[in-house]
Write a protein that binds this ligand. Structure first.
Ligand code: AMP
Length: 356
């Protein structure tokens, strides 16, 4: 059961495009960076009193060959490797994945790569938020006992797509990965090339890194379902871990695209999580998807235009089949996508979900 308002296109933020490959001050070769968490110049006397903050050493790797060589070394040393794929503009949600990896593995590698193939030509690839230095600094601050982030893999677009990657699918040539049956509904209905792009880049990254464990956020729940199936069907050896959604104090799910929102919209967007919690309350009384969806729609409509609710759906957790009734022993996913006003005078899509 779903409500769906289909739009032929949605405009993304219109902020000035920033150039993709001019994002960082690091050179293209492998670089060992040392970050201090507190960089104030302490006097010798103060340094004697205050213990030196822990230092994290992160290798910035740019090429497949460098990552493969590092991975081989971990294998020889008998170290387990956890991998967190990201598109950067890191926030506490990403860091939650990183912390899970650090807890469960001897070594952790984080990729920062804004993947062109998951963006449609009308979407916000050029203006997607990027701040490589701030990302590396945040990762360097993640130190847990003797664990740290060991490697940031930040490849160029050419490294991942050596034959080029036009955004128009019709012009793309070469090998791409599609997870049929799980990519066409929900987000896939609104963004038809999105999961093909995701599955393709995740396949490439898993082939390069070959991690023991790979971490994804529940925030993008359909992505977790697609990736689990991809890993199973293409016989990857990595175990997929799904980490719960990190939220602002008001309940808004953290997202790199929240940077596009005005303060007012950020406050108003708290209604999305409230609506999902209402769904949970309704479900405890009534397992009808129609009732659950109705509760979500009417809550969100308190703050946003009903026409801007792209979908509210109740789906099976594994097959993403739309449900009429939720079986309490199986549960379900309730997911929502809403277009909310942003600071550029257009709309930004926010997605969220809850498990019943
Ligand atoms: P992205 O950089 O948006 O591609 O996200 C990288 C990973 O971080 C994905 O697995 C996301 O699901 C996950 N992620 C993003 N936001 C959150 C959040 N608020 N809580 C938990 N995980 C998140």
């Amino acid at each position: 059961m779903a409500i769906l308002v289909t739009r032929s296109s949605w405009t993304s933020s219109s902020s000035a495009p920033r150039l993709f490959n001019l994002l960082h001050i690091y050179n293209r070769s492998s670089l060992l960076c040392t970050f201090r968490h507190n960089s104030t110049a302490a006097t010798a006397a103060a340094a004697a009193e205050v213990p030196e903050p822990r230092k994290s050493q992160i290798q910035i790797l740019r090429t497949l060959a460098e990552v493969r060589s590092w991975r081989r070394d971990q294998l020889i040393k008998g170290q387990t490797v956890g991998f967190v794929p990201t598109m950067g503009a890191l926030h506490a949600g990403h860091l939650r994945l990183v912390q899970s990896s650090m807890r469960m593995n001897d070594a952790t590698i984080v990729s920062i790569f804004v993947n062109p193939s998951q963006f449609a030509p009308t979407e916000d690839l050029a203006s997607y938020p990027r701040d490589f230095d701030a990302d590396v600094e945040q990762l360097a601050a993640q130190v847990d006992d003797d664990r740290q982030v060991d490697v940031v893999f930040a490849p160029s677009v050419e490294e991942i797509y050596p034959n080029g990657i036009p955004l128009d699918v019709a012009e793309q040539k070469g090998a791409f990965v599609t997870v049929h049956g799980l990519s066409e509904q929900l987000e896939g209905r609104i963004r038809p090339q999105f999961f093909r792009g995701v599955a393709t880049v995740v396949s490439k990254l898993l082939n390069i890194v070959s991690p023991d464990r790979v971490y994804f956020g529940q925030k993008d729940i359909q992505q977790t379902v697609v990736v689990k199936r991809l890993v199973q069907d293409l016989c990857y050896g990595s175990v997929v871990h799904v980490v719960p959604t990190a939220r602002d104090d008001n309940g808004l799910a953290l997202s790199s695209r929240n940077a596009y929102l005005t303060d007012q919209t950020r406050q108003d967007a708290a209604v999305i999580y409230k609506a999902l919690q209402n769904a949970l309350m309704v479900y405890r009384q009534n397992t009808s998807a129609e009732k659950i969806i109705g509760a979500v729609v009417s809550s969100i409509a308190e703050k946003f235009d009903k026409d801007d609710i792209e979908y509210v759906c109740v789906n099976d957790k594994d097959t993403l089949e739309e449900l009429e009734v939720v079986q309490p022993l199986k549960g379900a996913i309730v997911s929502v996508a809403v277009r909310v006003p942003n600071k550029f005078g257009s709309k930004t899509r926010l997605i969220d979900n809850i498990l019943l």
